[in-house]
Ligand binder design. Structure first.
Ligand code: NAG
Ligand code: NAG
Ligand code: NAG
Length: 418
């Protein structure tokens, strides 16, 4: 590799929000950094923010929830936090009031919320409470020391932890709501309501700059921004591909000219496409691959992937296998391009498959109504710095970092005392 071993990535737009550093502490205007771990068994990402214990990252989750001790504080129904907790409701979970009478004091209404497990699809109804969460303050280069703050969260029964990674105690919702983890960090740390994920390794909450490795070359890497869109009642992140989807510059013919809405999810392993979009998309990639004459019958291990190739006939490059690239022509004139690293998964020693799957009816949590055309999953989000800028209602991304000799895992987690 002829690229300098360590390059600094300064995300310029995020640098606007840096304030002078004082000590690590509450409300000091410093962003927080957390190490992210990908659980191989579930392909879910966790952050150790509750007494060092992991919570699952959920881009579509409007609240933070975890299991609670039997004796915990509860919030009043008429509190602002309770109103916020009821701003968004999980799919198929109607609003039935803000809470229920307190067992100890029937004149007091204690707030309940609806913690939702994005993997099992289960929803519970449990007390709203306050817990201590913690992460490290950061200058964008190193952690500066731990910061704890009290956050408004929902309790949850142990049964709601089903299908989450072993050892996870709940879910850190990252969605566009007042009680999401980034929104609460913004309020407590007095930083902008924006965060960046560099999956599978690191998350930064509250703005930048952001560095990967030592200073030697300063590069502005954000490829651009695209506006965040609302989609139905969902609190999640959506963008629009008004210039369409293409494979090696050939537009994928889509059935109608309805807007192409694209969601982002940290809780599905691979990008899912609505059936009417999946078929022409897969066909376009298949056509683009004919030149390699490498297609094989998918081995059983390849399910649910449909297009698989003899990987010894494919050429490895810095961007992964040299295969047709997938391009999303986004609003605002930017493009999200996916190369082999993000499009081909090695299912066994000899087989690489096109890592996009067909959306299953009813699984997507849009209440049976039309789903977005595409939901980008973890495999396609990785090795890319994605900025979720709620402050300016836009989404930024760098594109594939490995193509520039950078890795999310190069973030320097050695603590620098402030
Ligand atoms: C802060 O960073 C240090 C060093 O990386 C780490 O050991 C510690 O667990 C972090 N603390 C929190 C609260 O994340
Ligand atoms: C894969 O390609 C290699 C090299 O062309 C060939 O030797 C091998 O037989 C192929 N394997 C399969 C399963 O087609
Ligand atoms: C990580 O940061 C520390 C503190 O700034 C520095 O001493 C060390 O050299 C850095 N490590 C790497 C691998 O860049």
């Amino acid at each position: 590799m002829w690229y300098p071993k360590s390059i600094v990535v300064v995300v310029a737009a995020m640098a606007l929000c840096v304030l002078p550093c004082t000590a690590a502490g509450e409300g000091t205007g410093q962003p927080l950094v957390t190490k992210i771990t990908r659980d191989p068994a579930t392909a879910l990402y966790t952050v150790p923010i509750k007494d060092g214990q992991p919570l699952v990252l959920d881009l579509s989750g409007p609240i933070v929830w975890s299991t609670c001790p039997a004796d915990h504080r509860t919030l009043e129904c008429n509190s602002v936090a309770c109103m916020r907790a009821h701003r968004f409701h999980p799919p198929n979970c109607p609003h039935t009031g803000y809470g229920k009478p307190d067992d100890d004091n029937p004149y007091r209404c204690k707030c309940t919320a609806h913690p939702h497990n994005p993997v099992s699809g289960d929803t519970a109804s449990e007390d709203m409470t306050r817990v201590e969460l913690s992460a490290n303050a950061t200058d964008g280069k190193n952690p500066l020391g731990p910061v704890s703050f009290t956050a408004v969260t929902s309790c949850a029964p142990d049964s709601l932890l089903a299908k989450l990674p072993a050892g996870a105690f709940g879910v850190a919702g990252l969605a566009r709501s007042g009680l999401s983890f980034p929104a609460q960090v913004a309020g407590k740390q007095n930083v902008p309501n924006t965060f960046a994920l560099c999956l599978p390794s690191v998350g930064i909450f509250g703005g930048g700059p952001f560095f990967l490795g030592e200073a030697s070359v300063i590069t502005l890497l954000l490829a651009g921004y695209t506006p965040l869109r609302k989609f139905r009642e969902s609190p999640g992140y959506f963008i629009q591909a008004s210039k369409g989807i293409s494979v090696d510059q050939a537009p994928v013919p889509l059935p109608d000219d309805a807007p192409i809405i694209i969601g982002l999810s940290s809780t599905i392993p691979y990008t899912e496409l609505r059936p009417d979009v999946y078929r022409p998309f897969i066909d376009a990639f298949d056509r683009g691959m004919m030149v390699w004459n490498a297609k094989i019958t998918p081995p059983p291990a390849a399910a649910p992937f449909e297009l698989c190739y003899n990987s010894s006939k494919l050429s490895p490059t810095r961007r992964g296998y040299f295969v047709p690239y997938v391009n999303l022509g986004l609003d605002g004139g930017t493009s999200w391009t996916m190369y082999g690293v993000n499009s081909m998964v090695q299912v066994d020693r000899r087989t690489a498959c096109f890592a996009f799957v067909e959306m299953k009816e009813g699984k997507t949590g849009y209440g049976g109504r039309a789903a977005p055309a595409m939901v980008i999953g973890g495999f396609q989000l990785e090795r890319n710095l994605v900025v979720f800028d709620e402050e300016n209602q836009r989404l930024g991304f760098t594109g594939l970092l490995t193509a520039r000799g950078l890795e999310c895992g190069h973030f320097n987690f050695t603590t620098m005392a402030a």
